[in-house]
Design a protein around this ligand. Structure first.
Ligand code: ATP
Length: 439
């Protein structure tokens, strides 16, 4: 009987380690049986920490989750109808809890104890053998590994294998998942599984899945270490044209994605806290050459949220226009600021990687992020009102001129700003008096 207590001790961070012990303790106290399952156990055996914990609860997952939430501060969501609950704690630790059902397998000649049968039943519904292992958390058998379907052997051999023949027909999204795991771990899709996968593709099963589910799964590709590898494999399997119709996966696009991945690695090293959105970043690179019409079509197909669509369009429309100016040696700081201020962060990163060899562009963007975004106006609208200006075009123009002067380093500090403000107001009044107001 294999026990994973040692893996838990050695591979997990202190906080996750403590949480897991606590879960077992709570379960015992309230007479539940709790198992960590799926990706968490797989990653544990690979020596990696996975903070997204799937838990199978014998008893009621909702009741257990409510009890845990009383004792650990976090955000609890219960889905009573499905017998599931999600508890999000701090530091990205999430517990997804499901109730183990006990109906199946319990007939004569099947597995004798209900405990194992309900757990096994839950695990049998999962996608691949490597995701079917469970680890007991109750103190009485803490760390005990349940491996009903040969998951550990497949994990050691690096094999992706479905549990039964019609798996890809039952849930076509497993096709995408198989490819994603194959590429993430550099595993191999087992021969029979691959045959079934290809057959399912041939039968166009993915077209039967709702767009919401399909594109929720597709989004996960962009959280992988190398989305490009997954896209290349999907293309080999003739799936990319199903997922992104109208997109030509040509050498130019691959080269752009290659540069992007290389650039991201460097960026993450230099700016680990960077708050860019990988999904938007990759979509921008993917759709860069598409017409506005085709991009809009794909956004609709993918059910992009309004906010995401606006961000993506801002990148796609504004970056190609900004690039020629950014390639010039000299740009006044204020001009640079107003040019880049309109472009989402993903657009700045994309331009940096696309124009990697340009001597000026990268420097301009870096100067903007390093310096200009911090060069804020100390004067605000109230100061302008105090000086007798009223809201309107002149008000906005004066404020912008003042901001330009600050960005260009012409004035600095509140005192100088106020002085310059008086000068600008005077100048504008003069224009107004001579009728030259809106120049
Ligand atoms: P990741 O490291 O990508 O989070 P994961 O295995 O934890 O990997 P999730 O998408 O979080 O993946 O899914 C959690 C578990 O739910 C999986 O381990 C798997 O057992 C199961 N699962 C997810 N999607 C499916 C599916 N389409 N069919 C069957 N089981 C699935």
């Amino acid at each position: 009987m294999t026990n994973l207590a040692h893996h838990i001790n050695s591979s997990l961070s202190k906080e996750l380690h403590a949480m897991i012990y606590l879960l077992g303790f709570f379960a015992q106290k309230k007479s539940f049986k709790v198992y960590a399952v799926g990706g968490f156990v797989r990653d544990l055996l690979l020596g990696k920490e996975n903070r997204d914990l799937d838990l199978v609860v014998e008893g009621s997952a909702v009741d257990f989750a409510k009890y845990v939430a009383k004792n650990l501060p976090g955000q609890l969501q219960c889905f009573e109808r499905f017998g599931t609950a999600k508890l999000s704690l701090s530091k990205g630790i999430v517990f997804d809890m499901v109730t183990a059902r006990q109906e199946f397998y319990a007939g004569p000649g099947a597995l004798p104890d209900v405990e194992r049968s309900s757990l096994k039943n839950d695990l049998y519904r999962r996608d691949f053998t490597i995701n079917t292992m469970a680890c007991a958390l109750n103190p009485e058998n803490f760390g005990r590994l349940y491996d009903f379907f040969g998951g550990r052997k497949d994990l050691e051999k690096g094999i992706i294998r479905v549990l039964y023949k019609l798996s890809f027909v039952d849930d076509p999204l497993r096709i995408i998942r198989a490819i994603r795991f194959e590429q993430r771990f550099n595993f191999i899709i087992e021969e029979e599984t691959l045959t079934m996968l290809r057959k399912a593709i041939g039968n166009r099963v993915l077209e039967k899945v709702s767009k919401e589910r399909l594109y929720n799964e597709i989004r996960l590709i962009f959280t992988e270490p190398s989305p490009l590898k997954v896209l290349i494999r999907l293309n080999e399997m003739q799936l990319l044209k199903v997922i992104f119709p109208r997109l030509e996966f040509n050498e130019r696009l691959k080269e752009r994605l290659r540069r992007l991945e290389k650039g991201i690695t460097e960026l993450v090293e230099s700016d680990p806290e960077g708050k860019w959105n990988y999904f938007i970043l990759y979509l921008s690179a993917l759709f860069y050459d598409l017409s506005e019409h085709d991009t809009a079509y794909l956004c609709h197909l993918m059910r992009l949220r309004r906010k995401e669509r606006l961000r993506l369009f801002a990148v796609l429309k504004k970056t190609p226009k900004a690039i020629p100016e950014l390639k010039k040696e000299f740009i006044r700081p204020a001009r640079l600021y107003f040019l880049l201020n309109e472009i989402p962060l993903e657009g700045l990163l994309l331009m940096t990687v696309l124009e990697k060899n340009d001597p000026y562009l990268r420097e301009h963007i870096s100067y903007y992020r390093r310096e200009l975004v911090h060069r804020r106006l100390l004067t605000n609208g109230d100061d302008l009102l105090e000086k007798g200006l009223t809201q309107g075009p002149v008000f906005n123009r004066v404020l912008k001129s003042l901001h330009e002067a600050v960005l260009n380093g012409k004035v600095s500090g509140k005192e100088e700003e106020l002085e310059y403000l008086s000068y600008l107001i005077k100048k504008n009044n003069m224009y107004q008096e001579t009728g030259e107001g809106e120049k």
